[in-house]
Design a protein around this ligand. Structure first.
Ligand code: PGA
Length: 243
């Protein structure tokens, strides 16, 4: 591993608090910063902490901007399993961030290529991502960048792997209902962020966490590219770190 800072927390809740410290420091020093946000179970303790800190007057989201990593193709903002819905439900509806200052790839885009270009342009117009939050999939995916033979550069469409659909079926009535494709920021989009924070909690993430940060850098393990990012912080709980 080349650069990453590794912060070990005892529990997922403590990991959320440590992550929130980094978000709080950024928002205080740069009130109109651009956050790259993520969905999934991992960021939930962080989001709960951020909501609590704004209510306590420690953070002000009224000028903050956000760009989410990804969205399921075919799911609109009203679909309870869409990532736009997730973000509203778990964060945006509870903080003072302005709706026009939040972007999530449009799962219903009729012209995906145009949507990808507009997405990248908006990130650029907002000055680039200051802090990109990531979870990690069991196959090493970040965003929905699945293992493949290259590192995709920009926001693009991906076919979801069987492993990812299986991992995410817990949120759907059946595996058949899990979308087969998604729109995601590219590895290039993620690598352009000034700072990256990857959170991994739970024993099931231990193997891929070690492979990603101590193994070879390869598009077969998309998260391994983070070894080449100059400012990465990994926050993990005791279970994900292991011995
Ligand atoms: P999880 O998802 O936080 O629900 O484990 C992580 C991911 O798939 O990127």
């Amino acid at each position: 591993m080349l650069h990453a800072n590794i912060i070990k927390a005892a529990t997922p809740e403590e990991a959320g608090k440590l992550a929130a410290d980094v978000f709080e420091a950024l928002i205080r020093t740069k009130p109109a910063c651009l956050l790259g946000l993520a969905t999934g179970s991992t960021p939930l303790p962080l989001y709960r902490e951020l909501i609590a800190r704004e209510k306590a007057g420690k953070i002000d989201f009224s000028r903050v901007r956000s760009a989410n990593l990804d969205e399921y193709k075919g799911l609109g903002p009203d679909h309870p399993q869409s990532y736009r819905y997730f973000m509203q439900d778990n964060l945006f509806n509870h903080i003072s961030i302005k709706p026009e200052n939040t972007i999530v790839p449009d799962g219903l885009a009729t012209d995906p290529e145009a949507m990808f270009a507009a997405y990248e342009n908006q990130i650029e117009a907002w000055g680039g991502v200051d802090l990109q939050l990531l979870g990690i999939g069991h196959d090493g995916h970040i965003g929905f960048n699945e293992p493949c033979d290259h590192f995709p550069k920009m926001t693009h469409e991906v076919e979801l792997t069987a492993m990812t659909r299986e991992a995410n079926k817990r949120f759907f009535a059946s595996l058949d209902e899990v979308p087969t494709a998604a729109f995601t920021m590219g590895i290039g989009t993620v690598m352009a962020a000034r700072k990256v924070m990857l959170i991994a909690t739970g024993a099931d993430k231990k193997e891929i966490l070690h492979k990603s940060f101590f193994g070879p850098v390869t598009p077969e393990v998309p998260a391994s590219i983070l070894q080449f990012h100059p400012d990465v912080t990994v926050i993990c709980d005791a279970a994900a770190w292991g011995e």
